[in-house]
Design a protein around this ligand. Structure first.
Ligand code: PLP
Length: 221
C-alpha cells in the first residue's frame, strides 16, 4: 500500500525547498493533493496526515467522496480541476471551494447562474491553454485577456487566478512564465501550475498552488 503520510511529508519538504530557493516566503505555495481515482479512505489518510486541500477532476466523483468528510474536517478545501460540463455546474458550485477550470463563455454564464441559485461563490481560476493544444481544455492563449475582462465586467464572477497544464513534451517554464505574467497584469493572486513532474519549476516561476497526484497517492491504475 502507498504510504500517503510519508509521500506528503516528502512533497511538502520539496515544496519548502523550492520556495526558499526562489526567495519566496515560507507558506507561499499551497499543495493541492489530487485524489482523483483514489478512494475516500486515501483522502481520509491524507487528512489525518495534515493535508487539507484536495483536487478532483470529476464532479460526480468528488460528490461521492467529500461531503461525508466535511463535518469531521472543517479545514478541508476542495478544488475542481477538470474540464467542466455545463450540466455539472450546479453540483460543482455546491461542492467546491475553488473551480480551476473556467475556460469558456457558456461555462461562465452557467456558473454565474448557479452561484445566484445556490447563494455560494467559490473562487474561480481561468484555465489557459498556454500551448494552444487542440485536444486540451482551456481558453486559447490569444483570447485569455478578453475572456478575463468579460468574466469581471459582464458576468461579475469571482475570478481569483489562473491555471494551466503545459504541453507534456515541452519545457514547461515558458508556459509557467506566460501565466505568471498574465496573472500579474490582471492583479490575480492565485496561480495554479505544476504537477508531480514539474512542480518545482512551477514554484520557481511563481506558482501559488501546485497540483500533485501520483507522487502522493501512487500511480493511477
Ligand atoms: C491528474 C491531474 C493532476 C495531477 O497529476 P499528477 O501527474 O498525478 O501529479 C494535476 N492537474 C490536473 C488538472 C489533473 O487532472
Amino acid at each position: 500500500m502507498t504510504d500517503i503520510a510519508a509521500n506528503l511529508a516528502r512533497i511538502q519538504a520539496r515544496i519548502a525547498e523550492a520556495t526558499a530557493r526562489a526567495n519566496r516566503p515560507a507558506g507561499a505555495v499551497t499543495l493541492v493533493a489530487v485524489s482523483k481515482t483514489n478512494p475516500a479512505e486515501a483522502v481520509a489518510a491524507a487528512l489525518a496526515a495534515g493535508q487539507a486541500v484536495f483536487g478532483e477532476n470529476r464532479v460526480q466523483e468528488a460528490a461521492g467522496k467529500f461531503p461525508a468528510l466535511r463535518p469531521d474536517w472543517p479545514a478541508l478545501r476542495l478544488h475542481i480541476i477538470g474540464g467542466l460540463q455545463t450540466n455539472k455546474v450546479r453540483d460543482a458550485v455546491r461542492l467546491a471551494d475553488v473551480i480551476e477550470s473556467l475556460d469558456r463563455p457558456k461555462l461562465a454564464i452557467a456558473i454565474a447562474e448557479a452561484m445566484a441559485k445556490e447563494g455560494r461563490r467559490p473562487d474561480l481560476l481561468v484555465q489557459v491553454n498556454t500551448g494552444d493544444e487542440p485536444q486540451k481544455a482551456g481558453v486559447p492563449r490569444a483570447e485569455a485577456e478578453a475572456f478575463l475582462r468579460a468574466c469581471r465586467e459582464e458576468w461579475d464572477l469571482p475570478v481569483r487566478g489562473l491555471m494551466c497544464i503545459p504541453p507534456a513534451a515541452e519545457d514547461p517554464r515558458p508556459h509557467f512564465l506566460h501565466l505568471a505574467d498574465l496573472a500579474a497584469r490582471y492583479a490575480l493572486p492565485m496561480l495554479s501550475m505544476g504537477m508531480s513532474a514539474d512542480f518545482e519549476a512551477a514554484i520557481a516561476c511563481g506558482a501559488t498552488h501546485v497540483r500533485v497526484g501520483s507522487a502522493i497517492f501512487g500511480a493511477r491504475g
